[in-house]
Design a binder for this molecule. Sequence first.
Ligand code: XMP
Length: 606
Amino acid sequence: MKHDAIAVIDFGGQYAHLIATKIRRLNVLAEIRQPEDPVERFEKYKGIIFSGSPDLSSHGEDASFNDRIFDLDIPILGFCYGHQEVAKRYGGEVVHGGREWGPAQLHIVRDHPLFKGLDKTEPVWMSHFDTVSAIGDDFEELGYSTTGAHSEPNRFAAIGSDKLRRWGFQFHPEVDDTLHGQEILSNYVVDICGCRPSWTMDRYLEDQIERIRQQVDGKSVFLLISGGVDSSVAAQLFSRALGPDRLCLLHVDNGLMRHEESRRVLASLRGIGLGDNLHFIDATTDFLTALDDLVEPEKKREAIGNTFIEVFQREAKKLGIENHLLGQGTIYPDTIETGGTKRADTIKTHHNRVPLIEEMITRGLVVEPLADLYKVEVRELGGRLGLPREMLDRHPFPGPGLGVRLLCSTGEEPSDDISTMTAELAPVAGPFALQAMALPARSVGVKGDLRTYEHPVMFSGEARWETLLNASSAAFREVSGINRCIWNLGPTHPRETKPLRATVTDKRLALLRQADHAVMEGLKRYGIYNDIWQCPTVLIPLQLDGKGSELVVIRPIYSKRAMTAVAAELPGGLLDDLRREILSLPEVSGLALDLTSKPPGTIEWE
Ligand code: XMP
């Protein structure tokens, strides 16, 4: 092996690849391995990490887990489910319960090389149902956790045996919300496993150019280019690897683009020298026809994904390039949240992972040079390839476009008991001097590693940002069946809400475009566009107090990799501008700001 490397065993948690990517940021190669891989496969690694898992309770049997891995004389560190596996293997016990989601404090009980450079108390991120309740004789507790000022300690949040070279953390050092997670990973990978940092982004670029040339093998590549960061970087990478003549680009206006987007995209692609082999098609009618009548988020995604392929195949035929391979700017989170690792729960299907594409991938007809990278890394690679900053700094925009920001509904009252939820919310919101109501709409979210499809809560009342966030946390803790909280920017708390039948239509898209444009321009005017990771604007087909047909929700977030996110506060002046611009539109029933972190919400509402 050219590089010292770490094996990350993927038990199916969403974060397995995140662990690998974080290790690569240390310039150490990390590779994903499956738990049932033959033990010999692991011998070449200088260290092993066990990931978390969405559905494997440590009580249950996981027959395919090759526990001979424990016989190897290689350091092993487990996170979450992996931590519980380590504990159990060496005489510890795991119980169902003690679940924690979100921020917690780790209290480190003694100096240890894993915690070199850290404080005695550290902010960490938890996402689990089961906990370690006892540890084996060779093991010691290295840290316990608490989730609030007066909360009971959760024992064994960090455990280990230096003699056996086995350790485990209940928390996730790989997520950005664990403040010094990267230091902990570095302590493990560099100090404990002894890996030398030789794996760099320049190296990645060279490797990918080589890989593209090998896979494409004298043929050419056809790439659908949205103009977003990923497809633009992929295009430039293909152009570098194959030369512009062997790259054919097609920009499809799917009718789900933002205000004037296609015109701008074509201009900027020409501006970076990718204009020679660039084609454009307006396929709005194809997409809107495919979406006609659809309501369920996954059905909408599937229809959009399949229409992309139909349009792509039709246009490829017209252009006479059916033998080209299909290039995609798929990045890592697109694959993982579709259930891209072997066991990850399907949180949603990304448009570039629909069955037709999956089938082409199996036949080796798809080239995806960014599939191991997160957005920050794609931006870094784009910088290496010389793309202009304003192209690289654009907010991410999902492939299915406004299609996932236009919520649809049959108009029927939900089967869940919304009024009971609202009654349960009253004592939660009261202490924060807020009013609360569960809304008869549903959106996609994620809890633990599982997908949810639950109700938003609307808070009304004047409050500081911190108070609103605390009220949201309390609501998620106390009331089940909800996965989002929003803050009403309208003048009064609604007494009555009515779901309306709505699908993806031209008219709704036009309204969404107008609201989204107002938000984007506002972020730029207030100079905060680049601080904010992304800011979807969403339409929900709800009438409030007999008025309008669309509740508009603005979702500004801070994030680093889109795997987790926190809601971003917007300046009061900007909120006033948006109230003026959006609340005055006749179809609009209300305006609200999303307060939800990810988890329990996702970034897009779907
Ligand atoms: P969620 O909603 O899962 O989104 O928190 C995570 C990130 O992925 C983007 N996103 C997509 N990007 N195709 C894409 O290219 C898709 O189908 C898709 N769905 C979500 C989303 O905007 C966010 O940045």
